[in-house]
Design a protein around this ligand. Structure first.
Ligand code: FAD
Ligand code: NAP
Length: 346
């Protein structure tokens, strides 16, 4: 008889647990709500000598084949104030909390910093993995530290901002700390004074006419939500994983080379990396004729060329075959190698 408190199910479909609705299955499945349960789940993997797959909301993964190990859905809950001063709060949030609900909680409290990041699907624990970002704001701007459990030893460790090595849609957890840690808690610093970031054209169009002293976090969050709802498909209606490709970062020379051939190319100078430009991957894909184009049941979205959709809920391999076609066409047309943003499990 096992002393485990967690329920482990066998041969479970992961289709409801990934927003691309890929019908992959897992040999074992469990949902953990406490750190003790997480330890038990990892102990189970050691006993069975099987692999583990961590899932939050499943909104940034491609499950390209059936998984032969234990899938652990992280549902650690809880939110508490760690510190409050006249100018800021430090908010500690368990990894399994929903990201958007957390944003709206802060908006309601008039704690500023997260309003541009409204309506991003998924969990708080996954947010540092790719340093989530939208409308000119990235997680790292509000990030203080996180706590994570070592998968092998079960030890807890704190990662401050430098240790996370945040970059554009990137962190240490995609590189040399990949698959070694389960993020259990994230601590954010939020300001009691607004610091609006409204330079994106879509936000300007929605809010530019409002004097800054009349803006509220709620108004900004609601504008972000309205813009997103107008062009991004809801995964429940049309399965997708948000932007499927990263915006390529290229040198000044590379950008000028492309601009000679494509004067209307959308490119932004990078403040953080001088002499480099961020190309709008959505523009490259749209201009190459892929926006709204469906091949064998998979399509780039008709309103947003960067969003790959899986309307027929096909298997991951079908999706990856489509991805290769898009990538090779972009390579051929612009000599640019597109990089996939979601994590692929093959
Ligand atoms: P999952 O997909 O469950 O996991 C992603 C990866 O992180 C996996 O490798 C998983 O193993 C790992 N992981 C998850 N939780 C943990 C943890 N606690 N510890 C360690 N590893 C973990 N992203 C943006 O940056 N900006 C956007 O504006 C944005 N918009 C989106 C819009 C739509 C419609 C969709 C579908 C996606 C969008 N995304 C966006 C991508 C996605 O929502 C984010 O990357 C989000 O943070 C993923 O959270 P999740 O819980 O779903 O992660
Ligand atoms: P958009 O506002 O139409 O902009 C198109 C592209 O141009 C984006 O990739 C954006 O880069 C860039 N851009 C626009 N204005 C910019 C500025 N003033 N300075 C620098 N870069 C600028 O993009 P969208 O597709 O509707 O998405 C809106 C925001 O939500 C974007 O920030 C996007 O990243 C985010 N989003 C992300 C995902 C995801 O899954 N990762 C999904 C949906 C939306 P950035 O992408 O670097 O911001």
């Amino acid at each position: 008889m096992s002393n485990r408190s967690i329920a482990i199910e066998e041969n479970v479909s992961l289709q409801p647990y990934n927003t691309l609705a890929v019908p992959a299955s897992t040999r074992w499945f469990t949902c953990v709500t406490t750190e003790t349960q997480l330890k038990e789940a990892l102990e189970f993997c050691r006993e069975q000598q099987c692999e583990w797959l961590l899932l939050g909301g499943g909104s940034n993964v491609v499950l390209a084949s059936d998984f032969l190990g234990l899938t652990i859905q992280l549902k650690l809950q809880g939110l508490s104030l760690e510190e409050e001063t006249d100018t800021h709060v430090k908010l500690s949030i368990a990894a399994g909390e929903n990201w958007h609900d957390t944003v709206m909680y802060c908006v309601a409290k008039s704690w500023y910093g997260l309003e541009n990041l409204a309506l991003i699907p998924g969990s708080v624990g996954a947010a540092p993995i790719q340093n989530i970002g939208a409308y000119g704001v990235e997680l790292e701007q509000c990030f203080d530290y996180l706590e994570a459990m070592n998968i092998t030893s079960g030890e807890m460790q704190v990662f401050d901002k430098p240790a996370c090595e945040f970059a554009y849609r990137d962190s240490v957890f995609k590189h040399h700390s990949k698959d070694q840690w389960v993020i259990t808690r994230v601590v954010l610093i939020l300001s009691k004074q607004p610091q609006w970031q409204l330079h994106y054209p879509a936000l300007q169009a929605q809010l530019g006419h409002i004097p800054q002293d009349q803006l509220t976090a709620r108004l900004v969050a609601e504008a972000v939500i309205a813009i997103r709802q107008s062009k991004l498909p809801h995964p429940d209606d049309i399965p997708n994983a948000g932007s499927f490709f990263k915006n390529p970062i290229v040198s000044n020379e590379e950008c000028q080379r492309l601009k000679q051939h494509f004067p209307e190319l959308v490119a932004y100078a990078q403040d953080t990396q001088p002499q480099t430009y961020k190309l709008a991957a959505g523009w490259l894909i749209d201009h190459a004729g892929w926006k709204g184009k469906e091949v064998d049941g998979i399509a780039m979205h008709k309103e947003q060329a960067l969003v790959l959709t899986n309307p027929n809920r096909l298997i991951g391999q079908a999706l990856l075959a489509f991805v290769e076609q898009v990538k090779s066409d972009i390579q051929q047309k612009y000599s640019i190698t597109l990089e996939v943003e979601p994590r692929i499990y093959s």
